[in-house]
Ligand binder design. Structure first.
Ligand code: NAD
Length: 498
């Protein structure tokens, strides 16, 4: 049974709770894992606090911390197959997708390994002859790392690697639906030599197991990836003890397509942008904003190709995309589509649960296109986090940008056109953390990831991804100390008569 990992030891939940993890693809029992309560999480926070305060990790030279991350990267590659299988069992995604994730995760550890090892401060010119001034970076302290179910280990790696690289200690809580790769990661961290108490894992539901992660005064930083509503709760909780927060929240990401874009390339990228992993992607291109003159040929082709996408379990021959994560999530997506139709959107394909017998035990929902949407509809603003594309049209560049920015979110967007100047202008004017030009989806660990507006606070990956886990300190040294002379000395006090 998957257990909690606290202070270097595997443990059952204090109150003996357990949870069944079931495959979203066919409902089979994947495993049983411990279900923590606040008591376990408080113990884990205590372990992380003690490990931070005695310097067992923060005092390790940055170069050695970096080397350890590189060792973890090697172990991730050694255990790639086991990890990919575990991710697939929990999420229902195809094994090949999980394998790609494992390679991305390895690269993430490598990036932060090199970045941490190269960490340095800087000398600052003081303008004063006998003073030296330097700025150094120190670890923030104890971090709560809270992650979602769609890319379980990937989102975890984006936090664990920089936290360790910076010298922090942490308590990790993965989604209660997808705990397995986090459990394996703890094994690998221990094997790589992370000292006891530095990396701790609690498993369980957000409000119970997760509760203390944003309220306990011993925590210095809450780093969260998940939904907007949860993010707001955590930010409010963190305010009471002025914790730092790093939030990666949702998105409703515009895919702006001009009529002169290469047709095949655009259609193909729109399809992948929204239907990869059945739309359960924070940066999914869920909002197509297409030039009116190209609307019919683009949407007709999209509909024709979307209908052909084959749903199935991860081990079924020919599967192109998998199930949604849970029954509750499928209900949410269904309700979203019904709302769109009620608001006047035209349902062009999908919109109904599949009826095939082979899909009956999984939470499948087909690629769905809601056409002729308008800016006043709630479905063009809300994130469905499922395989649902909304389609709006524009007639000129200003209108395309206005629609693309008409969202409370600001995570990512794309522009497709044969005109480089048009692409550059749209990219410059979109208020989103990542903009792709004539492409959709790629990211690299060396480039920052994060959102404007309600898509979050702070950045992951890149240099800023390490900085989230660091405090900045200024140290001033007077090399020729002496009295300041600001107040008169005792021998020359005014009124003493001397
Ligand atoms: P969620 O907010 O329901 O849960 C995320 C995590 O928070 C889970 O581990 C959950 O148990 C935990 N949690 C919930 N309440 C908590 C509480 N009170 N205290 C502590 N922890 C708590 O999100 P989800 O459904 O797992 O993930 C889907 C969402 O994640 C989508 O909105 C998606 O856009 C977002 N997401 C964003 C990014 C990004 O990079 N911006 C990446 C992936 C997913």
């Amino acid at each position: 049974m998957g257990q909690l990992y606290i202070d270097g030891a595997w443990a059952d939940a204090a109150e003996g709770g357990t949870r069944e993890i079931r495959s979203p693809a066919d409902g089979h029992l994947v495993a049983e894992v411990s279900e923590a309560t606040a008591k376990d999480t408080e113990r884990a926070i205590g372990a992380a606090r003690a490990a931070f305060d005695d310097g067992r990790w923060s005092n390790v030279p940055a170069a050695e911390r970096g080397l350890l991350l590189l060792r973890v990267a090697d172990l991730l590659q050694r255990d790639r197959d086991r990890l990919a299988r575990a991710e697939t069992d929990d999420t229902g995604k195809r094994v090949v997708e999980s394998e790609i994730d494992m390679d991305d995760i390895t690269n993430c550890f490598r990036w932060f390994g090199h970045l941490a090892a190269a960490a340095d401060g800087r000398l600052v010119e003081t303008g004063v002859p006998d003073a030296r001034s330097k700025v150094v970076h120190e670890p923030v302290g104890v971090c709560s790392l809270i992650t979602p179910w769609n890319y379980p280990l990937l989102q975890t790696a984006w936090k664990v690697a920089p936290a360790l690289g910076a010298g922090c200690t942490f308590v990790l809580k993965p989604s209660e639906l997808t705990p397995h790769t986090a459990i394996i990661l703890m094994e690998l961290l221990a094997e790589a030599g992370v000292p006891d108490g530095v990396a701790n894992l609690v498993l369980g539901a957000g409000a119970t197991a997760g509760g203390p992660l944003s309220t306990d005064p011993r925590v210095d930083l809450v780093s969260f990836t998940g939904g907007l509503a949860t993010g707001k709760v955590l930010m409010a909780n963190a305010a009471a003890t002025v914790k730092k927060v790093a939030l990666e929240l949702g998105g409703k990401n515009p895919f702006v397509c001009f009529a002169d874009a290469d047709h095949e390339t655009a259609v193909d990228n729109i399809l992948t942008g929204i239907f990869l992993h059945s739309g359960q992607v924070c940066s999914a291109g869920a909002r197509l904003v297409v030039e009116e003159t190209a609307h019919d040929r683009i949407v007709d082709d999209l509909v024709e190709r979307a209908r052909r996408i084959r749903l199935g379990g991860p081990d079924e021959e020919g599967t192109e995309t998998g199930a949604l994560i849970s029954e509750a999530h499928r209900d949410k997506v269904e309700a979203y589509v019904a709302r769109g139709v009620a608001e006047g959107a035209v349902l062009r394909c999908g919109g109904e649960r599949p009826t095939e017998e082979r899909l009956a035990n999984g939470w499948f929902y087909p690629p769905t296109i809601l056409d002729r949407c308008t800016r006043d509809m709630s479905v063009v603003h809300d994130e469905s986090f499922g395989p649902v594309l909304t389609v709006e049209t524009f007639t000129d560049l200003d209108e395309a940008v206005a629609i693309g920015n008409d969202t409370e979110y600001g995570l990512s967007g794309a522009v497709f056109s044969a005109d480089t100047g048009v692409c550059e202008e749209v990219a410059a004017r979109l208020r989103h953390g990542t903009v792709w030009i004539n492409d959709f989806g790629p990211y690299v660990p060396a480039a920052e990831w994060g959102g404007y507006g309600h898509s979050g606070v702070g950045r992951e990956l890149g240099r800023a991804g390490l900085a989230e886990y660091q405090e900045t300190k200024h140290i001033w040294t007077n090399t020729r100390p002496g009295p300041t002379g600001w107040f008169p000395s005792s021998t020359s006090t005014p009124g003493s008569g001397s």
